[in-house]
Design a binder for this molecule. Sequence first.
Ligand code: CP
Length: 311
Amino acid sequence: MSTWTKKDLVGLDALTAAEIIHLLDTAKAFKGVGERNLKKVPALRGKTLVNFFVEPSTRTRTSFEIAAMRLSADVVNISATASSLQKGETLKDTALNLQALRADIIVLRHSSPGSSQFLSERLESSIINAGDGAHEHPTQGLLDIFTIRERFGRIEGLNIAIIGDILFSRVARSNIFGLLKLGANVTLVGPSTLVPKRFEQLGVQVRHRIDDILETADVVNLLRIQHERQRKEYFPGLGEYVSLFGLTKPRAARLAPHCLIMHPGPINRGVEIDSDVADSTQSVILEQVTNGIAVRMAVLYSCAGGAHIPA
Ligand code: CP
């Protein structure tokens, strides 16, 4: 019997380990579809997905669109500037209108934490959180975990360092919730202003020196500075940030040969990660992007009640 009974995906905090494993295993089944000549299955034929992005996106919006098309769903893309939010309509009214247009699935990216939860409690359409402020980005967390699990065959016991601006990162939160549920040892690394000690209450370790984790990490996941959500200066300057926390070439040379270098994108070359390191053989940054399609197929299929999983 399937462990998945939910119509929405709001965050990984709300999922059990079994539900996360269900989505990862379903993604594994769907990954093969993207490797065929005919990259399409009829699992969501007749369903309509609305990609509603009120904040900018390259990877997530395109990845959801491709995932939906591979499942044979019909896709409509709308952005904030092209929606009646510009004319003063509320998010709830806009979403109710999308539901009245018979959208089966609404994929929402919004700057307000809790916006996906808010809609999930008020709509019958499936609501998929594509990033809500600094709260969660569950499909990014899942695709990061999928990539790690595919490479190592497990999550339990791995030493995973998430480095950078944790305070404002929805990606960090979704990774932390998912990785801890699956038994990883998670260490957060960054300046004390962006990685406060109180995060240890989640069950992670906090370090303020990148040099403390380099030799022991199985995975380093670099995060960019989220300037768009910061309202004051959290460190003296980018130069100092690079010298203290950037994954430079000398630091990357200290990583174990098996250590994966990850980044959710968009990357700021020369800031959180050296350009050569981002393009190195240990980097799986583009593999993460590819895996995002299979993960999003699994999420759409699971939440919208797809017809069958392809053999
Ligand atoms: N990782 C991520 O969310 O990228 P986009 O902002 O381009 O969607």
